[in-house]
Write a protein that binds this ligand. Structure first.
Ligand code: GMT
Length: 372
């Protein structure tokens, strides 16, 4: 098949899923065209793969204030669809990508590609809910030829929020376990923890939904029991607040704010525990990548996370905002190396048995075939 993929280039789960999907589809013999406003950071295809990147240029003109990227993406999609005779355009994220795909199809009746939309989470729970976007998001969902969500929780939210009656298919995210593997990537453990301290880690886009201050508060409690270091990976609006809190609690010297990192596998492979206290996560791809790296994840029960983590078996769950329980579980896991190792292995086994690309990518292929 000839498949166009529209996605965000930024450090976020939807862009990662879209580009990884593109890479695996290309590896399985499809011709893939990634359409985005910049090169997605994980689009490092094998030279032999038929994977093309099409950069969208937006127009900046003072008479037209605001972001016109959605329209530019539609224009680029028309061009790519006509040049390469695309069969499918797969939009990741409802606003603006699904509406750009729909607009491109309407603009170009001579290339009647099918539109598949994958909803990732905040496109429904935050962006799509905004009054100015709500009817557009609903329209985009209802006018896609097929719609998927990354979890049952997000499917239920979409139906509840938008009153959608057209079918929604649940296709979970996946992880490349050959890449997210303990011991594979270079580890600078002795640099961050020179005295053999335990390493905790958090990784996100530092949006309010991630509750990064809870990460700092949990770590503060852990530090009262044992020497430890915290790696904070990513960036976003809540970074300064987390930094200030660490200073206020006088633990700043134990916290490394490392900003956006391309090769997170290097950090996952040498950390002992991941903190993921989000308000909700539709899926929690970062948690899955940590599980694949044999890390114990301590997560909230928000959104679809309980579908991913089996409390006490391959990770731990606590109620949203319950910093005390998260800290207790973290201390328990960090004190008992054997137990942590066993749970880490169980986490990797779950990634291997349920979330392999070889099991998930064919589900998208079957969906494409069914709409064609
Ligand atoms: O986590 C974010 O805020 C980014 C967002 C995105 O679309 O890039 O992530 C969402 O999609 C990921 C990939 O499907 C999921 O793993 C994340 O759980 C989801 N985030 C939220 O639901 C908050």
């Amino acid at each position: 098949m000839k498949i166009g993929i529209i996605c965000a280039p930024t450090y976020g789960g939807s862009g990662v899923v879209a580009t990884e999907l593109g890479r695996f589809l290309a590896r399985r013999g499809h011709q893939v065209h990634v359409i985005s406003t910049a090169m997605p950071f994980r689009l490092d295809a094998e030279p032999a793969d038929e994977i093309f990147f099409h950069e969208v240029q937006t127009v900046n003109y003072p008479v037209l204030p605001g972001d016109l990227a959605g329209i530019s993406i539609a224009g680029k999609t028309v061009q790519v669809a006509q040049d390469y005779k695309l069969d499918i355009v797969h939009a990741h994220y409802a606003i603006p990508h699904a509406i750009s795909a729909w607009l491109a199809r309407e603009t170009s009746p001579s290339t009647p590609f099918k539109v598949v939309t994958t909803l990732h989470g905040t496109d429904i729970t935050l962006v799509g809910r905004a009054p100015s976007f709500f009817p557009i998001a609903r329209f985009a969902i209802e006018h896609s030829d097929a719609v998927t969500t990354v979890s049952n929780w997000l499917k239920d939210e979409t139906i509840r929020e938008f009153g959608i009656t057209t079918p929604i298919h649940v296709i979970p995210n996946f992880v490349d376990i050959s890449k997210f593997k303990r011991g594979l990537a270079p580890c600078r453990k002795s640099h961050y923890a020179p005295k053999g301290e335990k390493i905790l880690m958090h990784m996100s886009n530092f949006r309010p939904v991630k509750r990064v201050q809870d990460v700092i508060r949990v770590f503060h409690k852990v530090l009262q029991e044992m020497p430890a270091k915290l790696l904070m990976i990513g960036d976003g609006p809540e970074r300064d607040g987390a930094y200030m809190l660490a200073k206020e609690l006088q633990i700043g010297q134990h916290v490394y704010f490392l900003g956006k990192q391309e090769h997170i596998e290097n950090f996952l492979s040498c950390s002992d525990l991941m903190l993921f206290p989000s308000e909700y996560e539709s899926f929690g791809l970062a948690a899955l990548e940590a599980m694949s790296s044999e890390m114990v994840v301590i997560a909230s029960r928000g959104g679809g996370l309980p579908d991913l983590i089996n409390d006490g078996v391959d990770g731990y769950l606590a109620d949203v905002g319950d910093v005390d329980t998260m800290a207790c579980k973290a201390i328990e896991a960090l004190r008992d190396d054997d137990r942590r190792k066993r749970m880490g292995q169980a986490a990797r086994e779950k990634a291997r048995s349920q979330y392999l690309p070889e099991a998930i990518v064919p589900q998208y292929e079957r969906l494409y075939e069914s709409v064609l």
